[in-house]
Design a protein around this ligand. Structure first.
Ligand code: AMP
Length: 319
C-alpha cells in the first residue's frame, strides 16, 4: 500500500493535501510534514496544504491560501487524519483526478481511490513517518519535529492507551537519527497565555457530574468573552481532566456564535464513546470524540446517553 501511495505521488505534478475541519496538531502536522517531505523529494512538484488554520499551529507550518485550483489540471488529492468526506476541510478544491486517504480513525466510509487506514497507530503523523521511511520519500529534522508534535498531541504526551511500542520506536528513531529538539516542540505545544490558564480555572470550577461519572461543562459565548478566549479553547483544554478520579467520561460544550453551533469535545477513561457520538451526528476515536450540536438541549440528550453508557460500563465492570 505504501508503494501505491508513493507511485501516485511520483506520477502527479499537482498535489493538494487536506485534513479534517477543526484543525488540531495531528491533522496539521501530518498534512504539513507530508507536503514538506514531497517537496524535499520532488522539488519541482506543486504541493499545496489547504484548509482553515489557526495561528496557534503556525509553529508546525503554513497553509497555502488564495490558490486558484480551477487553473490546475490533473490534481492528486491526499487527505490525512479524516475518516469521512463531510469532515474534509477543502472548500476551495472542487476537482481532482485521484485521491488518497491516510488515517488512523476507525473506518467510517471509503471516499478515496487509495485508502491506507491503521487505527492501531497513535496518530496520522505516526503513519506519515512510516510511509516516508518505507518509501523513497525524504525526511529531515524539521519534518520529524512536525510529526513529533502530531504524535505528542494525539497521545497526550504518551499518556493515552493509543501509545504503542511502534510509537516509542518512531520517537526513538527521531531522537537518535534526526536529533529532534523535543523541548522546543513541547514549548510550542503547551505554552499558554495567562488568560487560558485562568479560563481553565473557570472550567475546573464549573464542571458538573452526573450520577454515573459523566463530567460536563457548558460554556457560553459570554464566558468566552469574559476570559478573552475563543471557542476552540475549551476543547484544547479537555485533556487536562484526564486524571480526575471522579470522571469516567467528560465533555465541554461550547457555544460557537460565529458558526452557529455548539462544539462538543468528549473524552473517556474507559467506556467506548465514538458510537454514542455517532448517534448524535458526531464521531471520533474510542476514547476521544466530538460533535457539532445545534442547541444546549441537544447537549443534554448526549449527556443522558453518555450517562447510560457509563452506567452499563460500571455495572459490567462490577460483574
Ligand atoms: P476534538 O475533541 O475536537 O479534539 O475531537 C476528538 C476526535 O473526535 C477527533 O478525532 C475528531 O476527528 C473527532 N471529532 C470531533 N468533532 C467531530 C464531529 N463533529 N464529527 C465527527 N468526529 C468528530
Amino acid at each position: 500500500m505504501y508503494n501505491d501511495i508513493f507511485e501516485a505521488i511520483k506520477s502527479y505534478n499537482n498535489i493538494v493535501i487536506a485534513r479534517h475541519v477543526g484543525v488540531d496538531p495531528d491533522a496539521m502536522a501530518s498534512q504539513i510534514a507530508l507536503k514538506d517531505s514531497i517537496k524535499l523529494t520532488f522539488p519541482e512538484k506543486n504541493v499545496f496544504a489547504i484548509g482553515n488554520g489557526t495561528v496557534k499551529f503556525n509553529f508546525i507550518g503554513h497553509l497555502d491560501k488564495g490558490v486558484d485550483f480551477d487553473q490546475l489540471n490533473d490534481i492528486l488529492l491526499i487527505v490525512t487524519d479524516t475518516p469521512d468526506k463531510k469532515r474534509v476541510d477543502m472548500e476551495e478544491l472542487t476537482h481532482y483526478e485521484k485521491s488518497i486517504k491516510i488515517d488512523h480513525h476507525p473506518f467510517i466510509e471509503k471516499f478515496c481511490t487509495i485508502e491506507y487506514i491503521n487505527d492501531k497507530r497513535s496518530s496520522a503523523s505516526e503513519i506519515v513517518y512510516d510511509l516516508i521511511k518505507n518509501t523513497d520519500l525524504k525526511i529531515n529534522k524539521e519534518i520529524c519535529e512536525e510529526l513529533f508534535a502530531g504524535i505528542v498531541a494525539d497521545t497526550g504526551r504518551f499518556l493515552f492507551n493509543n501509545t504503542t511500542n511502534d510509537t516509542f520506536n518512531v520517537v526513538r528513531e527521531m531522537i537518535e537519527n534526526y536529533k529532534i529538539d523535543f523541548t522546543r516542540v513541547y514549548n510550542n505545544l503547551y505554552k499558554r497565555p495567562l488568560s487560558e490558564v485562568k479560563f481553565f480555572g473557570f472550567l475546573a470550577n464549573n464542571i458538573l457530574t452526573t450520577n454515573n461519572s459523566v463530567g460536563y461543562i457548558k460554556v457560553s459565548n459570554s464566558d468566552l468573552l469574559s476570559y478573552g478566549v475563543d471557542s476552540a479553547t475549551p476543547g484544547n483544554l479537555i485533556n487536562e481532566f484526564s486524571n480526575t478520579e471522579e470522571l469516567l467520561v467528560w465533555l465541554t460544550a461550547t457555544e460557537d456564535v460565529k458558526n452557529n453551533f455548539i462544539r462538543v469535545s468528549v473524552r473517556s477513561r474507559g467506556p467506548v464513546i465514538n458510537k454514542t457520538l455517532e448517534l448524535h451526528s458526531g464521531g471520533g476515536h474510542a476514547l476521544a470524540s466530538g460533535a457539532k450540536l445545534k442547541t444546549f438541549e441537544d447537549v443534554d440528550l448526549l449527556i443522558k446517553d453518555l450517562d447510560n453508557l457509563c452506567k452499563e460500563y460500571i455495572e459490567s465492570s462490577d460483574k
